[in-house]
Design a protein around this ligand. Structure first.
Ligand SMILES: [Zn+2]
Ligand SMILES: [Zn+2]
Length: 190
């Protein structure tokens, strides 16, 4: 069975070098849907608590929210950084509180202090799905991701993990390597 959660991300981007109006800087509300598959954990009668899927994803993906997303070779990148530097906001402000941990993968690098994500490829809906899967594949048994942005959407399916993840029968989240629940302290050896 699957547990499914959806949330939105507001961002600005452009398709550098693209022959169309998306070459100009513009913004969107994007909607990400994450589908996680596993057995139903009998204690909680859930595959995975939807709010925990969201929490796990949001920890990293909040870096894309109210952020500027630019490709690494986009000349706007040094231009924006130079303006941020002159303005004194390049290294953060006390009011920039919606920060996830900085991350760097082969596809994207987050600069949470100035709400910027630099991508290797153009951040299309397809590009976003590749970035999200790469960030979350080890944390959740993702079998499908869908990302919509305005009238555009992309979706990708992934092979379900062969092994069931061991989850807490009290709160449904994944047990750590020692078989303990990081949330409520339940231990599988009890
Ligand atoms: Zn766009
Ligand atoms: Zn628990």
């Amino acid at each position: 069975m699957k547990s499914i959660t959806t949330f939105s991300i507001q961002y600005a981007h452009r398709f550098y070098g693209f022959a169309g109006e998306a070459r100009y800087l513009h913004g969107h509300t994007g909607t990400l849907t994450i589908e996680v598959e596993d057995t139903v954990e009998p204690g909680v009668n859930m595959v995975y608590p939807c709010n925990e899927i969201k929490r796990t994803a949001w920890t990293l993906l909040r870096n894309f929210d109210h952020a500027l997303i630019l490709r690494e070779d986009d000349p706007l990148l040094p231009a924006v950084l130079s303006v941020y530097e002159k303005e004194g906001v390049r290294h953060g402000t006390s009011t920039n509180t919606n920060r996830g941990p900085a991350f760097e993968t082969a596809l994207a690098k987050a600069y949470p202090e100035c709400r910027l994500v630099v991508t290797k490829e153009t951040m299309t809906v397809e590009g976003m799905i590749k970035i999200v899967y790469d960030l979350l594949k080890d944390k959740l048994n993702i079998v499908r991701l869908t990302f919509t942005s305005g009238d555009n959407a992309a979706s990708a399916c992934y092979k379900s993990a062969e092994k069931t993840r061991q989850r807490c029968p009290r709160c449904g989240i994944e047990l750590d390597k020692s078989g303990r629940c990081p949330k409520c302290g339940y231990c599988c050896c009890q």
